[in-house]
Every structure is written in C-alpha cells, then in structure tokens.
Design a protein around this ligand. Structure first.
Ligand code: AMP
Ligand code: TRP
Length: 339
C-alpha cells in the first residue's frame, strides 16, 4: 500500500485552568505564532475538556476559556489565518477519544509521569478522566491528522503516546490512516522554571504568585517579580556551560534569550561578569517591553466577551469541517455502522 501523504498541519492546545503564565507564553504560544502563516495549516485549541479532569468552578471555567483565547489573539494568533476554538464545541474530539481508550493499553497509561505527579499519593481519589487524559490529547491531535505538535518539554511523553496509539490503530486495522505526529520542542524556553525555586517548573498552581509571571501582570508586578527572583550570589559567568549547577541563574538567562529571540550564549556574551543588580533590571525591562502590550490587549479583548465567543464558534465550525470526515472514516475502519 502506498503511504498516504498528510497535509503539513499543526495542532496544539492549552488548558483554561488558572491564568496563563510566562512558561505557557515562551514554551508554547510564542512558538504557535511563529508556526502560523507558513508551510503549515495551524489549529489552536483551548482544551476545556482537559481542564475538567480536575474540579473547575463553572463560571471561572467559562471566563478562563475566554481568557486563554484572548491570550492567543493578543500574542499574535490570527483567528483567520489559524483555526482557533475551544475543544468542547467540536464533539469529534471526545468521540475519537473513546475509540482511543479502546486502543491504548492500561500499561501505557501507567507509565505517564504527569499523571503520577498530579495524582501523587492520592491516585485512588482522582478522576478517571485524569487517568484517561492522554488518550483525549491523542484524539485532539489525530482528529485533524496533525503532523506537528509544538509543546513544552513536559508534554513530550504525551505526544509519544499519541504516536503509539496511531501506530497501534494502523497496525490493528491494517491501515495507514493516522500519521505519526512529531513533537516540536525547541528554543531556550522549553521548560521555564519557577522564579523562587529553579528546580521546579513554572506552573499555574503553586503557593506564591511571586514564583510565576502571569500574562495579565502589569509592568510593576513584572519588574518586582524579576527583581525578587531567587538567584545565587555569583555574577554571570563567561560561558554558558558555567551555568551548570546554577538552576536559577540558568533560568533567567534562558528567559532573557527567549524574550529577546537570541541564544543563551549570546546573552552570556553580552552580560559576562555582570552582577544581578545589572542583569535583573535589564531582564525586567525586556519582559515589560514584550509582555505589557500583550496584557493590555488581553484586557481590551476581555471587555467584549461576545466577540470572543463569536470567534471561538466560528473556529469550531472550521475545525469540524476537518474533524467530521476523519471521525466518519475512523468509525468505518473500526466497523461502527453509520452512513
Ligand atoms: P498547560 O498550561 O499545562 O495547558 O500547558 C500548555 C502548554 O504550555 C504546553 O505546551 C506546555 O508544555 C507549556 N508549558 C506549561 N508550563 C511550561 C513551562 N514552565 N515551561 C515551558 N512550557 C510550559
Ligand atoms: N496536555 C497539554 C498540557 O497539559 C494540553 C493539551 C491537550 C495539548 N491536548 C493537546 C497540547 C494536544 C498539544 C496537543 O499542556
């Protein structure tokens, strides 16, 4: 059988649980924008069905969904060039996820490190959805036959599972129907760390707001958080390699590089020997310069929720035009009767 050729297509998603932070921006959204308008068809999704794998207040979920959409648009996602929508408006995701629940093996799910981290000692009490989460993520990607998936480092294992599911489906049904999607993980900010502890990743949950930069923070808070970020006493070294074993220093250099679109080596070349009294204000200025216009635009967009809802509904229609025929063919391959 000849190999099908798949349209170069990008899919990625962000959960509307808690606010967007600098890790989401540098690890994900900024790179979504870079992939737009070139060789790829780009599909970006606010994954509300993933958010409810842990409890969400309904009113906050609705607004959080709009806020992530506003964050996408304010960062440069054009809802005409890309397809932008929220997951629950395209029921094909959940329908394909059921098929994938029957393809993925329990042993595969048991190896997922994100589940182990999130469930912790409490694994008996978390939702069944949290456990099945990676099969829904595989469905998000494969319902569009997406070939490329830009994500932060923490999602690599889930994209690999998506490839395993695609391969097992193709093998079991003797078809070449789903592509083996490639994770796209690159640049200096694939893992942005917590500003108070450079060994933990920056995340939406966490005790102190000082440990993360939120995309809605104003200029003063951004500057204050970088000024107060934890560091060691030594100045910046002469080589990037010498940052080994200095996680907080390395993180701030990586953040600078990602914001300035240069390499960490170039940051070091510019600031070798500088103390934190020089580097932190420079980083704060750069961050304010890049992020303040985005937070201002997010606030402007959030003032017209009906417009955001219209954009998401229109995006969902366009997404369904791609997803519905792929689901229909999947059902047919599996032997589920229908027209
Ligand atoms: P989430 O907020 O978990 O829905 O994540 C959305 C996207 O942001 C995914 O592609 C994550 O890999 C990415 N991401 C989340 N936190 C970070 C971080 N601290 N550094 C880099 N990327 C991140
Ligand atoms: N699981 C991802 C996260 O926690 C979010 C996500 C859901 C996603 N579906 C996706 C990312 C599909 C890429 C592609 O960050």
């Amino acid at each position: 059988m000849t190999k099908p050729s798949f349209t170069p297509r990008v899919f990625s998603g962000i959960k509307p649980s808690g606010g967007l932070h600098l890790g989401n921006y540098l690890g994900a959204i900024k790179r979504f924008v870079q992939m737009q308008g070139g060789e790829f068809e780009t599909i970006y999704c606010v994954v509300d069905l993933h958010a409810i794998t842990v409890w969400q207040n309904p009113a906050e979920l609705r607004d959080g969904t709009r806020e992530v959409a506003a964050g996408f648009i304010a960062s440069g996602i054009d809802p005409e060039t890309s397809i932008l929508f929220n997951q629950s408006q395209v029921p094909e995701h959940a329908e394909l996820a059921w098929i994938f629940n029957c393809v993925a093996r329990v042993g595969w799910m048991n190896r997922m490190t994100q589940f182990k981290d999130k469930a912790g000692a409490n694994a008996e009490a978390v939702s069944l959805g949290l456990y099945a989460y990676p099969a829904l993520m595989a469905a998000d990607i494969l319902i569009y036959h997406a070939t490329h998936v830009p994500v932060g480092e923490d999602q690599k294992q889930h994209v690999e599972l998506t490839r395993d599911i695609a391969a097992k489906f193709n093998h079991d049904f003797k078809v070449d129907f789903f592509p083996l999607s490639e994770p796209v993980i690159g640049g200096p900010a694939t893992r942005v760390m917590n500003l108070r502890d450079g060994t933990k990743k920056m995340s939406k949950s966490g005790e102190s707001d000082m440990e993360r930069i939120n995309m809605t923070d104003d200029a003063d808070s951004i500057a204050k958080k970088f000024r107060k970020a934890k560091t060691d006493p030594a100045p910046l070294p002469d080589t990037f390699e010498a940052l080994e074993g200095r996680p907080e220093a390395r993180n701030l250099v990586d953040i600078y590089a990602a914001l300035a679109d240069i390499t960490p080596e170039e940051v070091i070349a510019q600031y070798a020997g500088a103390g934190w009294g020089v580097f932190k204000p420079a980083l704060a200025d750069l961050a304010v310069d890049k992020l303040a216009p985005i937070s201002t635009e997010m606030a402007r967009l959030m003032a017209d929720k009906a417009e955001i809802d219209r954009i998401l509904a229109r995006g969902a229609e366009r997404a369904r035009d791609i997803a519905a025929p792929i689901l229909r063919q999947t059902y047919d391959i599996v032997g589920l009767l229908g027209k």
